[in-house]
Design a protein around this ligand. Sequence first.
Ligand SMILES: Cc1ncc(C[n+]2csc(CCOP(=O)(O)OP(=O)(O)O)c2C)c(N)n1
Ligand SMILES: [Mg+2]
Length: 332
Amino acid sequence: MKKVTKQVYLKWYEDMLFWRKFEDKLAAVYIQQKVRGFLHLYNGQEAVLAGSLHAIDIKKDRLITAYRNHVQPIGMGVDPKRVMAELYGKGTGTSQGLGGSMHIFSKEHNFYGGHGIVGGQIPLGAGLAFADKYFKRDSVTLCYMGDGAVRQGALHEAFNLAVLWNLPVIFICENNGYAMGTSVARTAKEQEIWKLGLGYDMPSSPVDGMNPVKVAEAVSEAAERARTGGGPTFLEMKTYRYRGHSMSDAQHYRTKEEVEEYKKIDPITQVRDIILEKKYASEKQVDEIDKRVKDLVKECEKFAEESPWPEANVMYDTVYEQEDYPFLPHKL
Ligand SMILES: Cc1ncc(C[n+]2csc(CCOP(=O)(O)OP(=O)(O)O)c2C)c(N)n1
Ligand SMILES: [Mg+2]
């Protein structure tokens, strides 16, 4: 694994804090109805992404995930201003404002969405890895899913083919304890989700998803295996989301105390404590990072606010249309 140096800790802190604050801003503007539709936030789960990114090469490796997908593209190099603009539905967004919250996508940055159908991205992730193997490319695909998604049949079909064909894919379950309001305990008798991989003879393990070092170690090992022809891996990241499933969630299924317990092992606080303890930065330097993060979030908000709405004709330009369809001449 690449060494976890002082620079890595500082990057983790700044990145994770930015993702958190970026989403806090989204929550605020959602309440003002500037962002509409669904909004599923990632707060609490940031270490899974930070640790994963340390273990891969974003220039050639690929990411695909579900609908909790605002910060992953930013981690892969997409301009956060364009992500925020997408959520505002503005023409400068990653999909010209037509996709919105659940559908961030950037082929250029190897980020393949953004999928609203629970588990829908699992076979797609296996497919991306299949293409890389077929074309003899040295890339690895990270395919994320929630604890709810692992109960979909699509997972089992994809797992079977991924091991059979030795595909360079890492399946990562972000077990945040709940699928909407349904806890893992209410979903299945066996709550150790990582064991699902064992039935397919896939290397599988549980990982502390609140600690980016543990995540980086597990993903590095899996990426090495995938790149050297060893096939897929299944990792269950034990994590937690602080906010509701989406913005309209009264959260009757859990207690405030439970949320507070997890906040004690918050990944950002953990990394900040290490930075100060090991004197990687002084309090003042950490404050400067905090200020930089705040300014960048403001810049994103300003960009999204000031961006124009999409031109009306793009509505039709981005929908499949049969050239010779005779009945609806619907170009504006
Ligand atoms: C096939 C399908 N069934 C049901 C839904 C409704 N739904 C949306 S999110 C969700 C819960 C998924 O939870 P999980 O996989 O744990 O992901 P998390 O939201 O915790 O990140 C459900 C059931 C859906 N979008 N797609
Ligand atoms: Mg979940």
